[in-house]
Write a protein that binds this ligand. Structure first.
Ligand SMILES: Cc1cc2nc3c(=O)[nH]c(=O)nc-3n(C[C@H](O)[C@H](O)[C@H](O)COP(=O)(O)O)c2cc1C
Length: 572
């Protein structure tokens, strides 16, 4: 499909090409914000029973640094207290912001444009109450409403179904599920929206992994289920049916439907996933269809849909996952333990204080050791979050435009997260790239200097002219092994974005731990960046950019606590 053709993309590669930004041609989007139709960022299911959860307050004592030694945290029981903390510290609200009469919530997980397409569900065994005589939760499927920090029960097993559910989902484990309301992103970003939604899923998955680690729990993305199984288990069957039908004006509710993303197994004793196989999940899906009741009707998110984005809406179908792929799962090689960051904050504090910088000071110089620590935390390590949640071979590599790191030459660097890809990268990149191992870096850190130079202006330019990319201490583009992944099946397109989003989340939190601040950059000129690197084909594609540095605070913004409106809500 040529960039000028209005036809729907034939495959996911076509979608990707079409949704590229270039200096002379941005991916098609509305070009303005139609505030009247702004989608509600909070989904609720009318008619579903509501279960308010206790608030964490400052009740989870685990230090951020301890998260990187998960065996060091005594596992909390899977009771209402643990479940509530898991949800609050992953997808919960972190604050309300206001300026000049406008008020909006920010959450523990970031989101492109703060639009939050990602919805969270939990498949629960019986959850004991916090204290004897209190209320717990019965087994079932629940939707999380971050605004009210409460669960809505979507599915309830019949009396016949309860023992089967119990057998399939052991009492110490839960399944976390994600889906995306593509419309929330498309409203602002048009055809590029699908990419952003997938990045947000990666951020959310890493957020769940970190939140679980604060409780001494494990969490792992389940590689097996196809989209049909996820739809069945999250109650999404039929929600987006008409997206596949010809477009018409009367498709509001369907256009706001949720697309299935992924499932994670979470719990204290879920090291070897007891149900981490397609057969068990299939049995759960059968049970859910047969022996229980679905409750609740999704709210309408926009009063009307003036614009539709058929190209973005076609992408979930083009990248649909039908079932477990043939790809081999992966375990990282052992690496030396991580050097501790000088951070004495609890993980809970750090997770809540994480924000995106609106502007950077353009002067903060990062100590070299801090930069190395940040890069080291992006390497997959056994037993270390978030990478112990990632079942696939790493396929995304940061290309760093380094502006201000003490004792390091400004220039273009590469962190090669899987050694086998070094040669293919060298071969694909421009001939002037030096690939010189960085002296003084920890010996196991595969960090290479490619080009020296002051690339601040270039960083800003290629990031859709956003100053944050040049004013930070460094910015980076996440380069994916695109051809190799897509040759295993179109759905792997999503897997690459999820991995990039997880890298983004690791950067966000660990930047905070170093006294710095990160910002995701979804807007960048794809092929201008590729050309500058010397890439001439689709072996590698850049899927997400990011920047880190010393932030400038916007003093006009007022901050309010996230849950002051929940008067009288119990605390942990
Ligand atoms: C996938 C993704 C892409 C983003 N792209 C940009 C961007 O291009 N420019 C920018 O200033 N912020 C960007 N952000 C930051 C969001 O605007 C920010 O996460 C959101 O406003 C919520 O604020 P918070 O991160 O402080 O919670 C991006 C965030 C994500 C997760």
């Amino acid at each position: 499909m040529s960039p000028d053709a209005p036809a729907l993309p034939a495959d996911i590669r076509d979608y990707h090409r079409w949704s590229k930004h270039a200096p002379q041609r941005y991916a098609p989007g509305p070009g303005y914000l139609d505030w009247e139709t702004q989608p509600d960022p909070f989904r609720v299911y009318a008619g579903a029973a509501e279960f308010p959860l206790p608030l964490a307050g400052d009740g989870v004592p685990t230090l951020h640094e301890t998260l990187h030694r998960p065996a060091a945290v005594d596992p909390a029981p899977l009771d209402l207290r643990g479940l509530a903390a898991l949800l609050e510290l992953s997808l919960g609200l972190a604050a309300w912001k206001s300026v000049m009469g406008e008020r909006w919530a920010v959450r523990c997980n970031p989101s492109s444009g703060n639009l939050h397409p990602t919805e969270g569900y939990v498949l629960l065994p019986e959850i004991p109450p916090v204290r004897e005589g209190g209320a717990g939760l019965e087994p079932g499927i629940y939707h999380y409403v971050s605004r009210d920090h409460q669960l809505e029960q979507r599915w309830k097993p019949s009396p016949v179904g309860v023992p089967i559910w119990r057998e399939l989902l052991p009492p110490s484990c839960l399944i976390f599920g994600f889906s995306s309301v593509l419309w929330r992103e498309a409203w602002k970003y048009g055809d590029r929206a699908y990419r952003y939604g997938q990045l947000d899923v990666g951020h959310a998955a890493a957020a769940v992994r970190y939140a679980a680690a604060t409780l001494g729990w494990r969490a792992r993305v389940l590689p097996e289920p196809g989209d049909g199984l996820i739809e069945a288990l999250l109650g999404l069957d039929g929600q987006v049916e008409s997206v596949r039908a010809p477009l018409g004006p009367f498709r509001r509710r369907e256009a706001e439907g949720e697309h299935p993303d992924l499932l994670m197994l979470v719990g204290a004793s879920c090291q070897e996933p007891p149900i981490g196989n397609a057969e068990r999940l299939r049995r759960m899906a059968d049970l859910v269809r047969r022996d229980g009741t679905w409750i609740g009707r999704p709210n309408v998110l926009s009063s009307r849909h003036a614009n539709t984005w058929p190209v973005a809406e076609s992408a979930p179908r083009l990248a649909r996952k039908e079932g477990p792929g043939a790809e081999r799962l992966w375990r990282p090689e052992p690496l030396p333990p991580l050097a501790p960051a000088p951070c004495s904050l609890t993980a809970e504090r750090l997770i809540r204080q994480r924000r995106s910088a609106q502007r950077y000071d353009g002067t903060t110089l990062i100590p070299r050791e801090a930069f190395f620590r940040l890069m080291d935390r992006l390497l997959p390590r056994r037993g270390v979050p978030p990478w112990d949640a990632w079942p696939w071979r790493p396929a995304v590599h940061p290309l760093i435009l380094l502006h201000r790191v003490e004792g390091m030459i400004p220039g273009l660097y590469a962190l090669v997260r899987r050694p086998e890809v070094l040669e293919p990268l060298r071969e694909a990149f421009a001939a002037d790239c030096q690939w010189r191992r960085v002296e003084g870096a920890p010996p196991h850190l595969p960090l290479y200097l490619l080009r020296s130079g002051d690339f601040q202006e270039w960083a800003e330019g290629v990031s859709c002219r956003q100053e944050i990319a040049g004013d930070g201490a460094f910015s980076l583009g996440l380069l994916a092994e695109y051809d190799a992944a897509l040759s295993q099946g179109a759905w792997h397109y999503r897997r690459l974005f999820w991995e990039a989003g997880m890298i983004g989340q690791a950067l966000y939190l660990n930047a905070e731990a170093e006294g710095l601040r990160g910002t995701g950059i979804g807007c960048y000129f794809d092929d201008a960046w590729h050309e500058w690197l010397g890439l001439t084909d689709e072996r590698f594609q850049s899927l997400y950019h990011f920047t880190v540095g010393g932030p400038l605070e916007d003093n006009r913004l007022q901050n309010q606590p996230p849950y002051r409106h929940l008067k009288g809500r119990e605390r942990l």
